[in-house]
Design a protein around this ligand. Structure first.
Ligand code: ATP
Length: 406
C-alpha cells in the first residue's frame, strides 16, 4: 500500500533499517521504518488516512509516526522519515538522484547491517539496496561501522555495537574494534549526556543476554568510561549472571507484571559501591530526583529485608507477604538473585507464584451485612482475614466470613 501511494505521489518509498536486517537474518520484526524521498509528513498523512490511523508529526525532523489498528485488531506503529531533500536539487523522479538521497540517509546510520533498504515504490518493488556490503557482513557475522568517524559522531554507537554483537552472536570487525578503542581513549563517552547513556544501557538490559554485553563493555573499558564504580569484579560478575538467570526465569513463568530489568542490573552493578559512589553514578546517568530517591531507597530496602527473609516460618506466610508486598518487583527479583539460601529463594518464589496474587472472597459489603459500621475497621478486618487465608487458617468464603465476624 505504501509503495502504491508512493507511485501515486511520485515519491520513492523504502523500508529501511532493523526490519530489512531482520528479514535477511530470518528474525521476526514488526517495527517498520519507512523513508520517503520527498515530503515524508504529507506522505504519512495520506498513508494514515488509507490505513484508518492517526499521525503524530515532528515537523523539525520531518518525521512522523502513524498509529493504526492492524487486521488482527492490534495497535501498530509505522515510522516515516524524510530522506533529506537538500542533497539533491533535481526532480525526484530521476533514478540517480533517488539513489543519492536514500544513500545519504543510509550513510548516517550506525552499522552496515542497519543500513539496508528495500524499495517499495515505482517499478522496483522489492529491490534490495545495499551500498555498504551489509549482505556480506551478515554472511560473515560482522558488525562494522560505515566510516571512521562514526564513533566520534555518536559514541552511543559503542554500546549499540556491543548490543548487536551479543544479540546476533556476531563479532565487531577488526577496524571497528580499533575505532571503538580510539574513541574510548579519546574519552568520547564522557561527553555523552547521561540520559543517552542510560537509554543505551536500558536497551542492553532488555536483551536476552545482558551479561555478555557487560563483559564486552568491561573488556573495552566502556563500563569504566561511564563510571569507575561500574567496573566488574568476580563477585559482581557472579551476581549479574544470577540476575540474568532470575530475570529469564521470571519472564518464562509470568508475563505480568513485567519488571524493568535495568533497575535490577543497576542494583547488581552498584552492589559493591558506597552510597556516595552510587549517587555519582546516578547523577552521571541523569536520574530524575524521583528515580534517584526510588533507587536509593530500593537499595536500602533490599539490604534490610534480605536478612529477615530466611527467618520466615512456613506456617507464617503472612509474615513473608508483609515483608515483600510493598517492595517493587525489581527489588524482589534482585534479592532472589543475591541470596545463596535455597529457603529464601523458595520463599520468594512462593510469594511470586501465590501470595502476591491471593485475594479474599469477601468484601466490605459482606462486612456491612455482618453488622460492621463502615470505617477504618473494614480495612483492618479484611487485612487480618487475608493474612489468615495466606497462613491457610481459612479457605472457603464461609470460613472467611466466620473469621471476620470473630
Ligand atoms: P531493534 O531491533 O533493537 O529495534 P533497530 O535497528 O530497529 O533494532 P533502533 O534503535 O530502533 O534499532 O533504530 C532504528 C534504526 O535507526 C537502526 O536500524 C539504525 O539504522 C538507526 N539508528 C539508530 N540509532 C542510531 C545511532 N545512534 N546512529 C546511527 N543510526 C542509528
Amino acid at each position: 500500500m505504501a509503495g502504491e501511494l508512493g507511485n501515486k505521489l511520485n515519491v520513492a518509498v523504502y523500508v529501511v533499517g532493523g526490519f530489512v536486517r531482520d528479514l535477511l537474518l530470518g528474525r521476526k520484526n514488526l517495527d517498520l521504518d519507512l523513508v520517503v524521498e520527498g515530503d515524508g509528513i504529507a506522505f504519512a498523512k495520506k498513508l494514515a488516512h488509507r490505513l484508518g490511523g492517526r499521525v503524530r508529526q515532528h515537523t523539525k525532523f520531518k518525521t512522523a509516526i502513524i498509529i493504526y489498528t492492524n487486521a488482527a485488531g492490534e495497535e501498530e506503529r509505522l515510522d516515516v522519515a524524510t530522506a533529506r531533500l537538500e542533497y539533491y536539487e533535481q526532480p525526484a523522479s530521476l533514478p540517480t538522484v533517488e539513489l543519492s538521497s536514500i544513500k545519504m540517509d543510509l550513510y548516517r546510520r550506525d552499522f552496515t547491517i542497519n543500513a539496508l533498504a528495500i524499495q517499495l515504490s515505482h517499478d522496483k518493488f522489492g529491490k534490495l539496496i545495499d551500498f555498504f556490503g551489509a549482505q556480506k557482513d551478515i554472511r560473515d557475522k560482522l558488525i562494522r561501522v560505515l566510516h571512521s568517524l562514526s564513533f566520534v559522531e555518536d559514541p552511543t554507537r559503542i554500546l549499540r555495537a556491543i548490543r548487536f554483537e551479543t544479540r546476533f552472536e556476531f563479532t565487531i570487525g577488526p577496524q571497528t574494534t580499533k575505532l571503538i578503542k580510539n574513541a574510548l581513549q579519546l574519552k568520547l563517552v564522557t561527553k555523552l549526556s547521561g540520559s543517552r547513556v542510560l537509554h543505551e544501557l536500558q536497551a542492553i538490559f532488555n536483551e536476552v543476554s545482558p551479561y555478555q554485553s557487560l563483559a564486552r563493555m568491561q573488556e573495552f573499558g566502556a563500563l569504566e568510561a561511564i563510571h569507575p564504580a561500574l567496573t566488574l569484579s568476580p563477585t559482581k560478575s557472579k551476581i549479574l549472571k544470577e540476575v540474568e538467570k532470575v530475570v529469564e526465569w521470571y519472564r518464562m513463568l509470568y508475563t505480568q507484571p513485567s519488571p524493568e530489568p535495568w533497575v535490577i542490573y543497576l542494583l547488581g552493578l552498584t552492589s559493591a559501591s558506597k552510597a556516595e559512589e552510587v549517587e555519582e553514578v546516578l547523577e552521571r546517568l541523569h536520574f530524575t530526583p524521583k528515580q534517584y530517591n526510588d533507587f536509593m531507597s530500593l537499595r536500602e530496602t533490599v539490604k534490610t529485608v534480605a536478612n529477615t527473609l530466611g527467618k520466615v516460618r512456613p506456617d507464617a506466610y503472612s509474615h513473608l507477604y508483609n515483608l515483600l508486598v510493598s517492595i517493587p518487583l525489581e527489588g524482589v527479583l534482585y534479592m532472589m538473585a543475591r541470596t545463596k539460601s535455597e529457603t529464601i529463594k523458595k520463599n520468594i518464589s512462593h510469594f511470586l507464584a501465590y501470595l502476591r496474587t491471593t485475594t479474599l472472597d469477601i468484601t466490605g459489603a459482606d462486612l456491612q451485612l455482618l453488622g460492621f459500621a463502615p470505617g477504618p475497621i473494614f480495612g483492618e478486618v479484611l487485612r487480618k482475614t487475608l493474612w489468615a487465608k495466606l497462613d491457610e487458617k481459612v479457605k472457603t468464603r464461609q470460613e472467611q466470613l466466620d473469621f471476620a465476624y470473630r
